[in-house]
Design a protein around this ligand. Structure first.
Ligand SMILES: [Zn+2]
Length: 376
């Protein structure tokens, strides 16, 4: 028992060292006191209420609903749908539920926000492998790189969409970017397909995410990656083609993945790529970002639809991205309550707390930001 605990602690230390190694090049300004006060107030919130930071009963219910929904709609597509007007809405619904699994189950698990138990978090994080993408790559790309370097061009890989789009002012502008506020919405639909069949394999083969090296996977992580892709291929293409013509299976997969890509992309973009978000860069000849880490997170992130419980439920609290970036390892069920504390503290410290009243207001802001980046 003692040996097992020590080896687990050694493994945890090794992961922390690796994470520091990947994110050590850029530094943030010294803590201004804002973050410590915010942390104190949020701790107080949990001490003086019935809220639980992790292992929230609602999460287990939500997990059951989403997984039952996923396999229920999948079975309906496989065995009940007979006409195109039954297949199309079911594929779209399956795409939305798959996004819900990513937002709620996998995302919390990956941030160790689902449970206090390491293996429960790991299992939940692996739901990403079930829906076609690698939980190992996600950890480095999202938990470490995106959450450390939010909206810093050249560091945050979520800002990189190749030559197709210019999301930040420091990216080069190409002539056709002047139409990006129209065509990028369509290209977002291909995110999941590219992820399933290209990005993960490319990252594993090159050992890089974008231009950043990350630690090579151990044998167990490699096994999870390969088994995950195999299970996904069976679910998405092989099993359905035992019952239906392959062209129909391929078209149905395309529609599910296209819906998934659009939902994932738009939710990510509304949080960081809008008029109200900042895109800081280090001062010339320095590797220091002007603001401290917590203020940087708030200024680069924007909430939306905070008063819509259905949106909060389906998006796994990612309409409260400000709170997610400040407290990524607290379960998202708590974000609406935490947001009251964050907004109040921001007001007192003179930090701008950004939000859109609705999802559509966020979409319009993203459209205008893309148009601005395309022409100037
Ligand atoms: Zn996250």
């Amino acid at each position: 028992m003692q040996d097992r605990r020590e080896s687990q602690q050694a493994m945890d230390r090794e992961v922390v060292d690796q994470e520091k190694e990947v994110s050590k090049k850029l530094k943030f300004a010294k803590n201004s006191g804002f973050q410590a006060e915010l942390r104190r107030r949020v701790d107080e919130l949990f001490q003086n209420s019935n809220l639980k930071e992790r292992d929230c009963p609602q999460m287990y219910t939500k997990t059951a609903i989403l997984l039952l929904g996923f396999f229920g709609v999948y079975a309906a597509l496989l065995f009940l749908a007979l006409t195109w007007w039954q297949v199309v809405p079911l594929c779209i619904l399956l795409g939305v539920i798959t996004a819900g699994i990513g937002f709620s189950i996998q995302h919390d698990g990956a941030h160790h926000a689902y449970s206090n138990s390491l293996w429960v978090n790991k299992l939940m994080a692996m739901s990403l492998d079930l829906i076609g993408a690698s939980s190992y790559i996600w950890h480095w790309k999202h938990d470490v790189i995106h959450h450390t370097y939010t909206n810093i061009a050249g560091y945050d890989m979520d800002l990189e969409v190749g030559i197709f789009g210019r999301l930040s002012p420091t990216h080069p502008r190409l002539t056709f970017h002047r139409w990006q506020h129209y065509y990028l919405w369509i290209l977002y639909g291909f995110l999941a397909i590219k992820w399933h069949f290209y990005d993960d394999f490319n990252c594993f083969i090159t050992g890089k995410i974008g231009d950043r090296f990350y630690p090579r996977p151990k044998r167990s992580n490699l096994a999870i990656f390969l088994v995950g892709k195999l299970v996904f291929l069976n679910i998405a293409l092989i099993i359905p083609s035992l019952f239906h013509p392959f062209w129909l299976v391929l078209a149905s997969y395309g529609l599910v993945a296209f819906t998934l890509g659009i939902v994932l992309s738009v939710v990510f973009q509304l949080a960081h790529v809008v008029l109200e978000a900042q895109f800081p860069v280090p001062a010339e000849n320095s590797s220091v970002i002007e603001k401290d880490w917590a203020i940087h997170q708030i200024e680069t992130t924007v909430n939306f639809s905070r008063h819509n419980p259905f949106v909060t439920w389906l998006l796994g609290g990612l309409n409260f991205q400000v709170e997610h970036h400040l407290f990524p390892n607290i379960c998202h069920i708590n974000y609406p309550e935490i947001s009251k504390v964050v907004e109040q503290t921001c007001q007192e410290f003179g930090v701008k707390y950004n939000y859109h009243r609705s999802f559509w207001a966020g979409c319009i802001s993203h459209f205008h930001w893309l148009r601005r980046m395309g022409v100037s």
